[in-house]
Design a protein around this ligand. Structure first.
Ligand code: FES
Length: 214
């Protein structure tokens, strides 16, 4: 990314917009793709929140003197993570990565689902909720096989929208795309991660849910 400017995306990465869809009780449950941008070799995505041409940068960062100072950690996910052990599944939870997508609140909540993960329905719901967590705050392991369970995600960037609350952002970086700091240092490559698009995160370049509290 550039120092106090946009994310520079290279390598012909697909860019889409997806909406979070509620279940019939108003809990976030699924994703729906609503737009797919023409494929480009290279593009710049706004990270200051000030562009009038979102998700793309329009140069507003310079006018508003955007401070893009990074505070995200470089440690591997499992080094600093709270572990919650259930009978069939173990949940790893790195709270400060939360993007407030709220998938983990459905069906009694992820922690209670993990606690009763010897029940097949609870187990399936727990896995579904973790798979939908765009930020990668939550990661789940099958106790018997000791395998980390991860969804197969298209290598792409998704602009997240949540129409019921008119929430816009963050940017969901999926499928193991390398993210390089303004100093040229690589963050851990992960399957699911969300980047700040409003400019307000205190954990830049990662989203910390600040767009929700606007
Ligand atoms: S980063 Fe350039 S307009 Fe926001």
């Amino acid at each position: 990314m550039s120092r106090n400017g946009p994310y520079i995306v290279t390598g012909k990465i697909p860019l889409t917009t997806m909406e979070i869809c509620d279940d019939d009780q108003g809990y976030c449950q699924t994703w729906r793709e609503v737009n797919r941008y023409p494929l480009k070799d290279k593009y710049a995505l706004c990270r200051c929140g000030g562009s009038k041409n979102k998700p793309f940068c329009d140069g507003a960062h310079a006018k508003i003197h955007f401070d893009g100072t990074e505070a995200g950690d470089y440690e591997l996910f499992d080094k600093t993570t709270e572990m919650i052990q259930g009978p069939a599944l173990t949940l790893a939870d790195k709270k400060h990565l939360c993007a407030h997508a709220r998938f983990c609140l459905r069906a009694g909540g992820i922690r209670s689902l993990v606690a009763k993960s010897d029940d097949p329905e609870a187990r399936n719901n727990a896995i579904e909720e973790v798979y939908n967590c765009p930020a990668g705050r939550l990661v789940i392991t099958d106790n018997e096989s000791e395998k980390v369970l991860e969804p197969e995600l298209e290598r792409s960037i998704v602009v997240i929208e949540y129409p019921p609350r008119s929430e816009h952002g963050p940017l969901w970086v999926r499928g193991g795309i390398a993210i390089e700091s303004a100093d040229g240092k690589l963050y851990e490559i992960r399957n699911r991660v969300t980047l700040c698009g409003c400019g307000k995160s205190k954990n830049k370049p990662f989203c910390n849910g600040s767009h929700v509290e606007e």
